[in-house]
Design a binder for this molecule. Structure first.
Ligand code: FES
Length: 303
């Protein structure tokens, strides 16, 4: 018996936004579909997005899933996470955010969150008429023939989720979970990706090389800490330039209230105070941007 979070069970028993979506007859609105998986592999997801063409904002999302408890809960969570986002914002959603929204997934079920991320990507690329990026399964570099998983996909999962064992790769992709004949190749890929990661010099280490010929102890490549004043100034700039214009367009707003260590306190205003997607605004719009552009361990809370 899997140890599921309450949120997983809630969305499994009462999934939100389940079902097909008809093509739109509204002018300026388009419905697109992203599909991943196959029923023969045990999981398949079809994701529908209703997109406003002028703003590229996702007006609604729904899904049809053939799969387990985690697959249904992950699909439902995904539709809630992306509704209201622009396509560019939605493309930044990764499988860890889906799992976090669910209060975590059992390690062996992480592949369900990956499936959601891939269906989303497929739908957005379809909307834009673009071919999917090269981590799409590709027969020329198939590693796991039991589950149709390519080398590119395994490399991406290792990199993005910091995987270090074949068991983890199986949990995230199913690769290796059938006959097992690909496990040795998966181990090789883990070693190769880790070696590439270790070999990638950081900005700091590159800077220190030119003037440290006599040093016997290499300095760690940690980023320089920001002072509280520097953090506040950068947070304020990101809010003013990137967050507030989006919220103001929908009748909302946000202001920085306080900063304590890495805890950022904001006050939501206007329509944001009653918006059902308030948590999405905090996590996906504000927190993600502050982590990317100010400091990676910042967390955001609303008063
Ligand atoms: S080829 Fe990967 S499990 Fe069989």
């Amino acid at each position: 018996m899997w140890d599921y979070s309450e949120k997983v069970l809630e969305l499994f028993y009462h999934p939100k936004n389940q079902g097909a979506m008809d093509p739109s007859s509204e002018p300026g609105v388009r419905v697109v579909v992203g599909e991943v998986g196959s029923i023969t592999c045990g999981d398949a997801l079809r994701l529908y997005l209703k997109v406003d063409e002028a703003s590229e904002r996702i007006l609604a999302a729904s899904f049809q899933t053939f799969g387990c408890t985690s697959a249904i809960a992950s699909s439902s969570a995904l539709t809630e996470l992306i509704t209201g986002l622009t396509l560019d914002e939605a493309l930044r959603i990764d499988n860890r955010q889906i799992a976090d929204y669910l209060g975590g997934l059992p390690p062996a079920k992480m592949h369900c969150s990956v499936m959601g991320q891939e269906a989303l990507e497929a739908a957005i690329y379809s909307y834009r008429g673009l071919p999917l990026p090269d981590h799409t399964d590709d027969d020329s570099a198939l590693v796991c023939s039991c589950f149709g998983v390519s080398e590119q996909k395994i490399r991406r999962l290792i990199r993005e989720n910091h995987l270090t064992s074949a068991e983890e790769v199986t949990a995230y992709s199913k690769a290796g979970g059938g006959c097992g004949s690909c496990l040795a190749q998966i181990e090789d890929l883990i070693a190769a990706v880790l070696a590439e990661t270790d070999a990638t010099p950081s900005e700091d280490s590159r800077n220190s090389k030119g003037n440290s010929q006599n040093q016997t102890e290499p300095s760690p490549a940690a980023p320089s800490p920001l002072t509280t004043l520097q953090k506040i100034a950068r947070i304020q700039a990101v809010l003013d330039e990137e967050v507030r214009p989006l919220l103001l367009a929908d009748g909302g707003d946000v202001e920085l209230y306080d900063l304590e260590g890495d805890q950022v306190w904001v006050r939501l205003k206007g329509s944001c105070t009653t918006c059902p997607s308030q948590q999405n605004t905090l996590r996906l719009l504000i927190e993600t941007r502050l982590q990317e552009q100010v400091w990676p361990t910042l967390t955001v809370h609303a008063l």
